[in-house]
Design a protein around this ligand. Structure first.
Ligand code: FES
Length: 87
């Protein structure tokens, strides 16, 4: 199962980690991905200098702003989940 982690450290929180998490939760519901995607939070990932909120998807690092969540989710997360389905 793909694993999506969002940093909830203070620097990412200030950049909107709570909004990113809320948006991802909605998208997981909309796409009925419960049980197909592991979603969790992490302490500081050591990447606070990035512009956006730090996220990892199966260990691959991304920095996303709250307004970019939907695009990131559709492009990267859904693709991963579909790949998972094919295995
Ligand atoms: S608080 Fe998120 S990378 Fe440091």
């Amino acid at each position: 199962m793909p694993k999506l982690t969002v940093c909830i450290g203070s620097s990412c929180y200030l950049k909107g980690a709570d909004k990113v998490i809320e948006e991802i939760r909605k998208l997981i519901d909309e796409h009925d991905l419960k049980g197909k995607l592991e979603f969790c939070g992490s302490f500081c990932m050591g990447e606070c200098g990035n512009d956006g909120v730090n996220v990892t998807l199966d260990g691959v690092h991304y920095s996303i702003k709250p307004e970019e969540v939907t695009e990131f989710f559709k492009k990267e997360v859904l693709k991963k989940c579909e790949e998972g389905d094919l295995k």
